[in-house]
Structures are given as structure tokens and as C-alpha cells.
Design a protein around this ligand. Structure first.
Ligand SMILES: [Zn+2]
Length: 149
């Protein structure tokens, strides 16, 4: 098992690097130093939605030295391994969500912020007329919000 010198993120509750390493291994990813560092930032603060740029800024603030390209690559690997879910917004960046199960989102346009819509507030959607030989892979609902006039 590799050792790390990660510091907890400022103000974060944090899960220990060992737990992040275990999470990576269970997803079939080797716990490299960079994956552990980003995993620590991503999964150590509860449910989160953030962009690659935001994670890159957090990494810099935590003195984790890596390029934006590495952050993008790692986020892609985490997503392909099922550790993250992508939330794509029209005309905006891709957001990464640490909650991977089906759920829906609010997007606050003037604050550029994504958060979950509580499940109880949405009706169950049924999708009629799915073509023969196909199944619904997922349903994305994004409710855009802006400040009331
Ligand atoms: Zn979410």
C-alpha cells in the first residue's frame, strides 16, 4: 500500500486516504498518487457537483501539483469506472457528480451552480414508445433557475 502526504481539504470533513484507495480499487483503478489526491478532494466532502476547472482550483489550493489535463483525464477515468456521473448542460461545461444513481438537477444560471432536486419533489417519469430492441439508459432532467425579478 502506498503512502500519501495528503492534507485534508480546508473545512472538509474528509475521509481518510485509505478509504479513497479502497474505493478506487473496488472500481478497478490502481490507486496512483494523483487519483488518490483527486479522490480525496472529490469524495471527502459528501455529495458534490463540480467542474474540472473547479476541481483543478481545489487541487491547487490544497497544494496538489498537477495539470488541468491530468484532472480531465482522471475525471474521465473515474466516470468510466462508475465513480462519478457526468451532468451535461447545454452551452456549459460538463459537471461531475459524486452521486451516481438516478436523480435530477437544478442549475442556477446566474450562480453557475448545480445541485440535486430532492427525489420526493419529482414524479416518476415513464418513457413511452422506446424503439424495439432498445432500453432507456437514463433520463436527465435539469431545471434551470434564476433569481426572481
Ligand atoms: Zn447530483
Amino acid at each position: 500500500m502506498s503512502t500519501t502526504t495528503l492534507r485534508p481539504a480546508p473545512g472538509g470533513v474528509g475521509c481518510v486516504p485509505r478509504i479513497v484507495g479502497e474505493k478506487l480499487r473496488r472500481a478497478g483503478l490502481r490507486p496512483t498518487r494523483q487519483r488518490l489526491a483527486l479522490g480525496w478532494l472529490l469524495f471527502g466532502k459528501g455529495d458534490r457537483h463540480l467542474t474540472a476547472e473547479q476541481l483543478y482550483e481545489e487541487a491547487r489550493a490544497a497544494r496538489v501539483n498537477m495539470s488541468l489535463a491530468t484532472v480531465y483525464n482522471t475525471l474521465r477515468q473515474f466516470t468510466e469506472s462508475g465513480l462519478l456521473r457526468e451532468v451535461a448542460l447545454f452551452g456549459s461545461k460538463v459537471w461531475y457528480d459524486t452521486t451516481t444513481g438516478p436523480h435530477y438537477h437544478y442549475y442556477v444560471e446566474d450562480r453557475d451552480e448545480v445541485f440535486d432536486i430532492p427525489e420526493a419533489m419529482l414524479p416518476q417519469l415513464t418513457v413511452p414508445g422506446v424503439p424495439e430492441g432498445m432500453v432507456v439508459a437514463g433520463v436527465d432532467v435539469i431545471v434551470r433557475l434564476k433569481k426572481a425579478p
